[in-house]
Design a protein around this ligand. Sequence first.
Ligand code: PA5
Length: 446
Amino acid sequence: MLKFSYKNALNFFREEEIKLLEDQINIGHKNLEEKKGPGAEFTGWTDLPVNYDKEEFSRIQKAAEYVKENADVFICIGIGGSYLGAQAAIDALSNHFSLGLDKETRKAPQVIFCGNQISGRYLEELLEYVKDKEIALNVISKSGTTTEPAIAFRVFRNYMEERYGKEEAKNRIFVTTDKQKGALKELSNQEGYESFIVPDEIGGRYSVLTAVGLLPIAAAGINIEELMQGAAKGMETFSVENIEENPAYQYAAVRNALYRKGYGTEILVNYEPSLRNLSEWWKQLFGESEGKDQKGIFPASVNNTTDLHSMGQFIQDGKRDLFETVIWIDSANSSLEIPEDEANLDGLNYLAGKNMHEVNEKAMLGTVLSHVDGGVPNLKVSVDELNAFTLGELIYFFERACAISGYLNAVNPFDQPGVEGYKKNMFALLGKPGFEAERAELEAKL
Ligand code: PA5
C-alpha cells in the first residue's frame, strides 16, 4: 500500500493551511472527474487503468512476445513522454546487470532508448553495437513529426531495410503514434508496419500506461497486467474527493502550501539506483505540467546516498528554498548482509550481520533529520515493496497529484506551450522551408 507522510514538514507550515486549500482541491477534483477544467481534452488518463482498449492490450502482449523471441536488442525511439515512462519502469523492475545475464536467464531483450537527443556519436555507436545482434524497433511519437525521433528512425529504418530486406524489416518495426494523423502514421500505413495508438485525449507525459510505455515495458519482460492492476488500485484510492482520505491530494496541497511560502524547488530523493529514471519521468511530469505562466515548483532529483557526497552539501547548507520528497521502498528485494571480519581494520564490525537495507534505511532517516534541522521540509512517499503492481500505483499517485497541483496553482497542467520556442529557432537555423524570415533575424543575433 502506498503511504504519504508530511510530518517532517510540519515545522514549515501549519496543518490548517491544507484545510484552507480544500475548496480549491474540490474544484480541481470536480474538473478532473467531469473532464471540464483547463486542458480537459487531455484527461483521458484519469480512468485509463480500467478504461483501456483490451484488444490493443492483447496485441501489445503479442508484439512483445515476438520481440522477445526474435530480438537481442529492442530499440525504442522517442523523446519526452514518448520514452521516459518506459525507461523508468524498465529500470525500476529489471536486474541492474541484466545485460551480463545469459539470454535464457534474462528471458527478454535489452531495451535501448534513442532518438531522445541529437548526438551523432550515440547513434553511430549504437549501430556498431547492434551489428552482430538481432534487433527489433519501436518508434514512438504522438505527433509523428518530432525531429529527434524522426532522425533516429530514418537512420535505423535505412539500416534495418539494408540488413534484413524490406519485408523482414517490416516485421521487426512497430509504430506507436496518433490513430490517424501525422507523418509517422502516413509512413506506417504506406509500409504496413504494425501500429499502436497514442489516444487523442492523453498527452505525452501522462501516456506511460498506453502503448507508448506498455510495449517497451512488456518486451523487457515485465508483467503489464500487474502494472495496470496497480494503476487501477491507484485510481480507486487517489480519486477519492475527501482530502483526508486521499494521499495524492494531500501531497498536492502540501507542496503548494510550501511553494506559497517560498519553497520553489522540490527534490525527489531515492535511495535505490533502480529509481533514478523514475525521477526523470517525475521531473518531466511535474516540470512540463506546472512550469508555465512564469510560475511553478522547479522539479529536481538526487540519487542517494551517492549524491549526499555532492549535492548533499547544498541541500544541507545552501540557499534555503528547497523541499524534499523521499521515495522509500519499505522492504528491499535483497537479503545481503554485511559480513563479520576478524581483523576489523575498517571498523565495520558494528554493522556485521545487518542487512544492507537496514543500513540504507538508517542513512535515509539520518539524512531526513539532518536536512529538516538544516531548514529543508521533508515529505515521504513509501510503498511496501517495488514490483509492477506498486509501480502502477505510484505512477497513478503522481499523475493525479500533479494534475491537482497544477489546478491549485492556476495553470493548465496538460499543455506545454513553452517547448515550441527552441523548435522554431532550431528549424530556422537549419534552414527548414517556411522559416526563412526567422533565420535571417536569428543569424544576425549570433
Ligand atoms: O509530454 C509531452 O507531450 C512531450 O514531452 C512529448 O511527449 C514529446 O515532446 C514528444 O512528442 P511526440 O510524442 O509527439 O514525438
